[in-house]
Design a protein around this ligand. Structure first.
Ligand code: CA
Ligand code: CA
Ligand code: CA
Ligand code: CA
Length: 239
């Protein structure tokens, strides 16, 4: 009888812990070698958490494409007033495609503003969680070939509702007008808010967009496994 109570308690604990979302922001790293091939699945991407070697598997917010495709768990607000593209923007995979090379490129763009003060931080995107989620947020940058300085000196993410973590990528390298991706792991609950921002490098500032990929929750899988083992022991004892 005690065994059965313990098993039931373990199962309830397992289900409860699964539903607890801990809020956090971690800077995972920069991908400066994928360049245009963010949707090309035979280009290895060690920082892509879901293992399909494509960024934006769950969804994306991109410029100049007006129709972003966002995941069910997040909404995105552009906090700078202008969205722009022109023929001197860097090329990258058309997000309408996902698969092995060749994936056709299209011209990227930026969400931006001007009259900024170098050294001052400016907010670029707001991400609001519509469901509990643990995911990799990719920040698309270096999309402007003829003026890489428009991109901030760094990329930062700060949680403003549901937590207070704030992390920075440190100085943004590889500023050559060939697209780069700065990746942050985020965990949070419904209603949590995260701000993507950066320090102005010049008198204008802009970023190319965002990508979303699910981070599997190993903790939940382990707890689920423990629950299953407990259930198996219970049935064995019952025989
Ligand atoms: Ca590069
Ligand atoms: Ca992916
Ligand atoms: Ca391509
Ligand atoms: Ca680059």
């Amino acid at each position: 009888m005690l065994g059965r109570t313990a098993v039931v308690a373990a199962l309830i604990l397992s289900v409860c812990m699964h539903s607890v979302a801990v809020a956090y922001v971690i800077y995972t790293g920069a991908d400066t070698t994928t360049n245009d091939a963010w949707r090309t699945t035979d280009s290895a991407k060690p920082l892509d958490p879901d293992g399909d070697n494509a960024y934006g598997t769950d969804g994306y917010e991109t410029t100049p494409w007006a129709t972003s495709s966002l995941p069910a768990y997040a909404s995105v607000t552009r906090l700078l007033p202008y969205t722009e593209t022109n023929p001197t923007a860097a090329d990258a995979d058309d997000p309408a495609y996902l698969g092995p090379a060749p994936i056709p490129d299209i011209s990227t763009g930026r969400v931006y503003t001007w009259a900024t003060t170098p050294g001052i931080d400016y907010n670029v995107f707001q991400v609001d969680l519509l469901q509990d989620a643990t995911f990799m947020l990719g920040v698309i940058t270096d999309t402007w070939a003829n003026n890489p300085e428009i991109h901030p000196a760094n990329v930062q993410v700060r949680q403003t509702i549901g937590g207070s973590d704030s992390v920075s990528s440190g100085a943004m390298g590889d500023r050559d007008g060939d697209v780069d991706y700065y990746l942050f792991e985020l965990g949070g609950s419904t209603g949590d808010r995260f701000i993507v921002f950066g320090t102005a490098a010049t008198t204008a500032i802009g970023l190319g967009g965002l990508t979303f990929d699910t981070v599997p929750e190993p903790g939940s899988i382990v707890l689920f496994g423990l629950g299953a083992v407990g259930l198996a022991l219970y049935w064995r004892k019952r025989k």
